[in-house]
Design a protein. Structure first.
Length: 130
């Protein structure tokens, strides 16, 4: 019976100390908020196509440009920023570029500074922000 008394006593002391520290914990904040809002879309669809250039051995092609075209609400996305991400197998990011849409809601991103074989591109993602 005595060998259970020491661990039980230690547990009570530790629990009491932790509770005492928690009782003195204070949190101060000047403001805190949460909420939600409906966000309208500037368009109903976006299309991405990409151009290629032959490599030095002319047997393969690298991605050179990605063109973004928005549609559905006229010029609703005009002059907004966009980000194009080229994705490989399994959704791995191969490369990413940003740009600004023109007055018609279209834009192009230059991928020539990156070496991305066109055969590695499995999908393309685009995000338009404004």
């Amino acid at each position: 019976m005595k060998k259970y008394l020491l661990p039980l006593g230690a547990g009570v002391v530790v629990f009491g100390s932790v509770t005492a520290f928690a009782a003195t914990l204070t949190v101060n904040s000047s403001s805190l908020g949460a909420g939600n809002a409906t966000v309208t879309s500037c368009n109903s669809a976006a299309a991405v196509s990409y151009g290629t250039t032959p490599t030095a051995n002319a047997k393969t092609y690298d991605v050179s440009t990605a063109t973004v075209t928005t549609s559905g609400t006229g010029t609703g996305c005009a002059n907004m920023s966009f980000r194009v991400t080229l994705l490989g197998a399994g959704g791995t990011t191969l490369g990413e570029k940003t740009g600004t849409l023109d007055g018609t809601g279209a834009g192009s991103a230059d991928f020539t500074t990156l070496t991305i074989p066109a055969s590695d591109v499995a999908s393309v993602a685009v995000v338009v922000t404004g």
